[in-house]
Design a protein around this ligand. Structure first.
Ligand SMILES: Cc1cc2nc3c(=O)[nH]c(=O)nc-3n(C[C@H](O)[C@H](O)[C@H](O)COP(=O)(O)OP(=O)(O)OC[C@H]3O[C@@H](n4cnc5c(N)ncnc54)[C@H](O)[C@@H]3O)c2cc1C
Length: 251
């Protein structure tokens, strides 16, 4: 691609845009999906994120990154934000931002942690808590593109009350096998006692390494590092284990 075309595309992604909140949906007691209208949104790939910039009346400004939850859909974008206790930004986004409010946003950002409908290999998605957000975008994009590539998903969460996208997850998607790993409190009918993800969980519910899946691991930093190390230990090619770290501790 010519140098001017590259710098034009980059410049477009680095440009701050004003987005408007058109809707908010509670996903759990501590997480909300914000539906945004972003004029001239250039489109995104599943797995990419945006940067959000908030500026107070006294000029103080701060930024955070949020993954895109929705499949590409014109100028409409969905973000899902999990409230972090005593966090600076997430409590504002979860509790105070309302339809009609505006915020600054730039992106899409990221080119490695993405899934594209042209990919033909099996896919393993491993999510810790709100790490499900970009992986849900991959599931939704797979569905929107009519892809039949088989997905296996391991979703680690503290308790059933923290489940994101409950109705959609419960409805299921043909070709997408989802296993819940509860770390603190499991539903009564669950055969697996609560506990953090183990190599056995990944071996049992993931793909054998010789199927050569692409693995996407996302969530709190400590969770991602542990799960990715387990996948390599199980024999997965490190080149095929893609990670996105959200910061924070393991839970
Ligand atoms: C590429 C990328 C994509 C992201 N996508 C999402 C997303 O889709 N949804 C989402 O909810 N968050 C996402 N995050 C995390 C988000 O950017 C913020 O870090 C998070 O909302 C906390 O911000 P805060 O201002 O509320 O907390 P801060 O004031 O920044 O931090 C307060 C305390 O919480 C800890 N902390 C920071 N982040 C986390 C975390 N993620 N989990 C637990 N503890 C944390 C800090 O170490 C600190 O002790 C993403 C992060 C990255 C880098």
């Amino acid at each position: 691609m010519a140098r001017t075309a590259v710098s034009r595309r980059l410049g477009d992604r680095l440009r701050w845009r004003v987005a408007e909140v058109t809707e908010r949906r509670a996903e759990s007691a501590t997480a909300v999906t914000l539906v945004l209208e972003v004029p001239e949104w250039p489109g995104h790939l599943a797995g990419q994120h945006v940067d959000i910039r908030l500026t107070a009346e006294d000029g103080y400004s701060t930024q955070r990154s949020y993954s895109i939850a929705s499949a590409p859909d014109g100028t409409r974008l969905e973000l899902t934000v999990q409230r972090v206790v005593e966090g600076e930004v997430s409590p504002y986004l979860v509790d105070e931002l309302m339809p009609g409010d505006q915020l600054e946003l730039r992106g899409p950002v990221g080119g490695w942690f993405v899934w594209q409908p042209e990919q033909e290999e099996p896919v393993l998605l491993v999510a810790g808590g709100s790490g499900l957000v970009p992986l849900m975008c991959m599931i939704r994009s797979r569905r929107a593109a009519g892809s039949r590539v088989p997905f296996r998903v391991l979703y680690s969460l503290r308790s059933p009350a923290e489940l994101l996208y409950g109705p959609e997850i419960r409805q299921g998607t043909p070709g997408v096998d989802l296993t819940h790993i509860y770390t603190r409190e499991a539903p009564q009918q669950s055969a697996r006692p609560p506990g953090r993800i183990t190599p056995d969980d990944l071996a049992r519910h993931g793909w054998p390494p010789d199927f050569a899946p692409t693995c996407y691991v996302c969530g709190p930093t400590a969770f991602v590092e542990k799960a990715a190390a387990y996948l390599v230990l199980l024999g997965h090619d490190p080149e095929r284990v893609r990670t996105e770290r959200f910061g924070g501790g393991e839970d």
